[in-house]
Design a protein. Structure first.
Length: 280
């Protein structure tokens, strides 16, 4: 990856993490852990990969993104704000009455949202429908769907996997955010999904394993996905839940909790320090 682009993405991803903390703190509710773990991939997609236009959020030839793990909406909102879909300051309205930024993405309320999600397993089915529609209509857009590793315990995920392989949806990419923690604890203790890669291979998918916090690997994976023909692609990314905030990292209690004022200040100071270091 070009060094300047990589640095720009790292800077933006840090700002995205700051937006996540800002939103969840002001809402006094939300899901910071999984939002922080997926921030790098969402930053890369919207800043360096996807064909989207903040001035025309519903243009027909745009690439689509479905946040199937919809509870991590704070990450998607923060990225959309950084991309210019709405003002960054609006992140402070997360989950408030009348806000466009509800607890889960809501189609038609917030610009840039391609699918209402939240019930785990259902977002990927919608993504499959979008991708099949594109194939039938001979459109050239791509569809990206973000899943949690706890989410893949849902049977509907594997029905969608079978569907996508059967219809050879090579315009579809799943990203499994494998931070190894879900609301009840480690995924391998709750309902072991491993080996994730071998399961998707058995369903007929092209599989790529990466470090989800390494922008070089992220770019290489999406470049590779572009070359795949007659198969859907899944990128399984190893990530850290709560990435970027010391006391949240690998701590399951931050799956769905908001920081108090002291914790908010600690988190924001850590992220500001990271930003200052990157901007030198």
């Amino acid at each position: 990856m070009d060094a300047k682009l990589k640095k720009d993405l790292e800077i933006t991803a840090t700002k995205v993490r700051m937006g996540i903390i800002e939103g969840v703190y002001n809402a006094k509710a939300g899901h910071p852990g999984g939002s922080l773990s997926v921030a790098d991939t969402l930053t890369y997609l919207y800043m360096a990969r996807m064909h989207v236009d903040p001035k025309n959020p519903v243009m027909e030839d745009r690439d689509r993104l479905v946040l199937s793990k919809g509870h991590t909406a704070p990450a998607l909102y923060s990225v959309l704000a950084q991309r210019g879909f709405f003002p960054v300051d609006e992140l402070k309205t997360l989950r408030k009455q009348g806000s466009r930024l509800q607890g889960h993405p809501s189609l038609g309320k917030c610009p840039g949202i391609d699918m209402s999600t939240g019930s785990l397993g259902q977002g990927v089915s919608a993504a499959c429908g979008m991708a099949l529609s594109g194939k039938i209509s001979n459109e050239h857009y791509k569809v990206y769907a973000i899943l949690g590793d706890g989410e893949i315990e849902e049977g509907q995920v594997w029905e969608s996997a079978m569907f996508a392989a059967h219809y050879q949806l090579d315009n579809l990419v799943y990203v499994v955010d494998n931070n190894n923690l879900q609301i009840d604890g480690p995924v391998d203790k709750v309902m072991n999904p491993y080996p994730i890669d071998k399961k998707f291979e058995a369903f007929g998918w092209h599989v790529i394993n990466i470090d989800g916090h390494d922008f070089d690997q992220i770019e290489k994976a999406f470049d590779e996905a572009e070359t795949v023909v007659n198969q859907p692609t899944v990128i399984i990314q190893k990530t850290t839940k709560g990435k970027g905030v010391s006391y949240m990292e690998n701590n399951v209690s931050w799956h769905g909790a908001a920081p108090n004022e002291e914790q908010y200040n600690i988190a924001m100071n850590e992220l500001r320090a990271q930003l200052e270091e990157l901007e030198k």
